[in-house]
Design a protein around this ligand. Structure first.
Ligand SMILES: O=C[C@H](O)COP(=O)(O)O
Length: 253
């Protein structure tokens, strides 16, 4: 069995009802390759609307809807937080966890992120777990060490078997929203390291683990990145806010 190619959109704190309509109209016209799956992560208020629009357009077999974050708590007095039970209630299948913006702006630690992954898995929600090094860390030759630490925190909490139900996204922080995409070769080298790291504990799980690349992916760069043997698609920010461009990326995947 081979791995699917996942093209995931992270709208971050952008997008609105009009973007949902435009995206569904565009993706309805795309002829997807059989092995391509699309995931779209709008902000919380739009999850239900997007999910309904996907169903109404008969795109449920191709498009899944994802949250961008969840609480590590299951319920209770946590103002402003959203639980996995709430995602399940709305039939939302995925959630991004540990995006570098959550790590750097909101101070989310490796431990908190591991707790979120465990809570998502317990609820049957697929985590899209983001990992990645900063520019300074890459320049200091610490990329592999940083990724290993981020992965180990999750493995310690959930066990390696959990990675059978996780999607990984490698996002070098220096490439996010900067227009500086990692070259396909550089990204491939890092993805190969990540797969090898998981394989050291669980070879079969590593072989089937989807590892997406994120960081300034657009319609010009996506094809060469997705053609790399250990790159199983992308987590796309800015270019996923333009229905035409995102449609082209999905079409060419
Ligand atoms: O989650 C998406 C990533 O942060 C990439 O964002 P970007 O495509 O705007 O660089």
């Amino acid at each position: 069995m081979s791995r699917s190619l996942i093209v995931a959109a992270n709208w971050k704190m952008n997008g609105d009802s009009a973007l949902i309509d435009a995206m569904i109209a565009k993706l309805s016209q795309v002829s997807f390759n059989d092995n391509v799956k699309v995931v779209i992560a709008p902000s919380f208020p739009y999850l239900d609307k997007l999910n309904s629009a996907v169903k109404a357009a008969n795109l449920s077999d191709k498009i899944s809807v994802s949250a961008q974050n969840i609480s590590e708590q299951t319920s209770g007095a946590f103002t402003g937080e959203v639980s996995t039970a709430m995602l399940c209630d709305l039939a939302i299948s995925h959630t991004i966890i540990g995006h570098s913006e959550r790590r750097s702006i909101y101070g989310e630690s490796d431990t908190l992120i591991a707790d979120k992954v465990a809570v998502a898995l317990a609820a049957g929600v697929t985590p899209i777990l983001c990992i990645g090094e900063s520019e300074a860390e890459r320049e200091a030759g610490q990329t592999e060490q940083v990724l290993a630490k981020q992965l180990s925190a999750v493995i310690e909490k959930t066990g390696i078997e959990a990675f059978a139900n996780i999607v990984l996204a490698y996002e070098p922080v220096w490439a996010i929203g900067t227009g500086k995409t990692a070259s396909p070769e550089m990204a491939q080298e890092t993805h190969a390291f990540i797969r090898k790291f998981i394989a050291a504990s669980a070879q079969d799980i590593a072989l089937m683990l989807p590892i997406l690349y994120g960081g300034s992916v657009n319609q010009k760069t996506s094809e060469a990145l997705f053609a790399q043997p250990d790159i199983d698609g992308g987590l796309i920010g800015g270019a996923s806010l333009k229905a035409d461009e995102f449609g082209t990326i999905c079409q060419n995947a």
